[in-house]
Structures are given as structure tokens and as C-alpha cells.
Write a protein that binds this ligand. Sequence first.
Ligand code: PLP
Length: 448
Amino acid sequence: MSRSLTRSNLHHRKALQKLPLGVSSNFRYWGADKTIYVDHARGCRLWDLDGNEYIDYRMGYGPGILGYADTRVDEAARAGIEVGGVFALSTEREYDVARRISKMVPAAELVRFSNSGTEAVMAALRLAKAHTGKDSHIIVEGGYHGVFDAVLWYTDMEGWDPALGDPPVEADSDGVPRMMRKLAYFTPLNDANYLEDLLKQSHHSIGAFLIEPIMGNCCSITATREYVQAARQLCEKYDVIMIVDEVKTGFRVARGGVQELMGVRADLCTFAKAVANGYPISVVAGREDIMRQVGDGVVHGGTYTCHSVALAAAEKTLEILDETDALETISAYGTALQRGISGILDARGIPHSFVGHPSMGGLFFREEPPQNYRDWLDSDYSFYDAMAAELHERGVLCEPDSREPWFICEAHARDDSLERTLSAFENAVDTTIEELDYRGPHEHAAST
Ligand code: PLP
């Protein structure tokens, strides 16, 4: 079975003439003959230039919380067009949306809007550093927080020799000034002792602890409630601002985000993806005393901030998420999907586990899910990688990189997508077993 990507491939060659890698975000490039170009998308389905139809579990890396082209949100966005765009002035609606966010997320005492997750996290770090007067920050190993220099560092697990101490940290991009490295400290998730030692040693220079408790760019590896709460106390003890990055989890895993799930209140928190069902808007929010520094020493702004279309879409999306059972529907679908997948894998004796939240679950081919990115090293990803390619052939679009969770939207629950996904999954697993001559995790690991 082989899907045709003829038109996508042809377009890729053309696009290369004007766009580096032929795309507008590095992560959208999947290789010369695998890069997909979208024709259109509706609900949970997406069609490429060749007419291939997919049930999408990427949902743009999370923004599609209700589904593509949701009529309720698009109608609001159309009304937003009538408002006129951006004015270098504010509109009344900003207050209404901010009030809704404060209602849903108690930590969001005050709110500022931006356009992207990157901008929101940048603003949060700046506010934290302004507040504490300390220039450095802590990032959790494996965490991703956007494309700006202060956070564009990755822990090189593949190049790590545990005998030599902590894993090496490398710049995630050429052009990131090496001198910025000094500003970032790293800590493994779910190890409160490590965090405490780090703070004991270096708290004089650390102004912020940046954490995404369900690591949406690292297979949804999840912090324990105990760890998050211990981290909360350590931040207080050492005068460090706790920033919970909810760019992926916000308005998705619960109305009050991961903070509600884990019973923790951030000093500052950031939101983006689910805020407006895909229209570009993001949020930095938090404690009043910290947020009031905006305008009192801290700069925050941007020409396109609060475009009337995105803001109107945000107002409608948040209203739906807050006032209907959309999130319960999403979670129930995710749970049913995981149950179905487990049934298929169990029947074939394939050990596996899920982490994260059913609305953004990570699938591991091992019994015990990793506790942090160091643990992740022990997993075998060849089965996932081969299976993902088979799923694409069968019209199920999951991320080819196993580090990205499966995103569910409300529209998944509205048609026969569960049945179709599970049937494609069963097929893809059987083909992968055959292709890899898979004889169980140990035999397979030994032969790879
Ligand atoms: N923070 C987290 C947790 C993210 O997952 C992302 C993007 O995936 C970002 C920040 C950056 O957001 P954006 O891509 O909108 O700049």
C-alpha cells in the first residue's frame, strides 16, 4: 500500500526555490519526498494536495482544540474582521477575554496578550528577571519553550555518557550566542533533590524556574504532583519565580490547565495553542505584583498584539471551553483511543504505556513510562518510527517524531474517526511487526 505524494513532492521542489527547506517552519519539513502540503482541513480531518485524507492527531501541535474550521469560532472571527484589525490602540474586548482567563485560571490575576508562545514565554522570563533582579533561569531537561535565544538549548541525551556527570547541553541553533549559555541552568524532571541542590548553589543568580509539567514536546513525560508542589516550595524558599508554561496544556488538559490538575499556582504562566482554536494569540499572566511591572519598568508590546480577528476567536473559543463539555468530550475520546490502542498492542504482547493527559497523550513502547528525559534514553523508538510511517499510509496523521504527543480535538468525537483510527492502527502494527521482524522488546533491542 502506498499513498501518492506526487503533487506534494512536485510542490516541494517548487517551494524550495523561494522558501528554505520549502516550508515556513523547520518542523514542517519531513524530508524531500515526505513533506506534505495541505489543501484544506475540517474538523479532525485534513486533505493534502494529492487528495489523501487523514485523521489528524497533530492538530497543528495543539491549537486545534475544537477542530479545524470550527464554524462557531470562525463566525466570531468573521465578526472580528468587521472590527478592523490592529489600531495601535486597544479595544474593549481585551478586558472581556482577560476576565475569562482569570476566571478559568486563578493564577492569572492580570493578563497581557501576545501573538505566539515564544513571545509569551519571552515576556514571562523578562518579568521574572525584572522582579527578582536575577538574570538566570532554570529549564527542565527536554523542555521546549519556543525559538528565542534564552531557551534555545537542548540536552544532548544521545551524546550523554552518564559516567561523565550531567548530560551535555548544546545550542539548538547556530547563531545563538554562546554567552547566553551561562544564563540557563538545567534540571531533570521529577528530581526535587537535584533542583534543591541547584538552587542552594546558584539561587543568587537564578530568577526563574521554567517548567511545563506535562512536557508537550517530550512525549508528554509528566511531572508528579509531589514534584511540582515541591518545586513550588523551593521557588518560594529561594526567591525564584515559578513560570508554568501552559502553551500546550493551557485550556486543554483542564479549564484551569495543568495548574488545576496538579493543584499548583504559578507566579507566572503562559498560554497560546488552545486559546483561539488556531488563530494567533498568546497570553502571559500571573501575580498582580509581578504583572504590574509592565508599564513600570518592563516593556511589553507588539504591533500585531490583539488583532481583532484573533481576539474575537479567543473570546469564542474560551467561552466554549469554559461553558460546554468540550474538554470532557476530548478527554473521553482520548481515553477510548488509548484503551483501543492498548487492546491491539496487548493482543500482540507488545509492552507499552501512556503518559500525559488523554487529550495530549504520549505512547511508549515500554511498560514503565519515563520519569524524565534521562529515562527516555532507555526506550526503543524504532518501532514507533516505523509504525508512524505506516499510519500515515493508512490515513492517520500522527507526528513522525515520537517526542510529540497525540493531540485530540472535540471534532474527533463527532464521526467515525475512532473506529477508523483503530482499524488503521491494527493494520499498521501488524505491518510493522512483519517489517521489523519484531519478536518482543528484548529480542528486538538486541537486533537493532
Ligand atoms: N512553549 C511550549 C511549551 C511550546 O510547546 C511551544 C511551541 O510548541 C512554545 C512555547 C512556543 O510557541 P510558538 O511556537 O507559538 O512560538
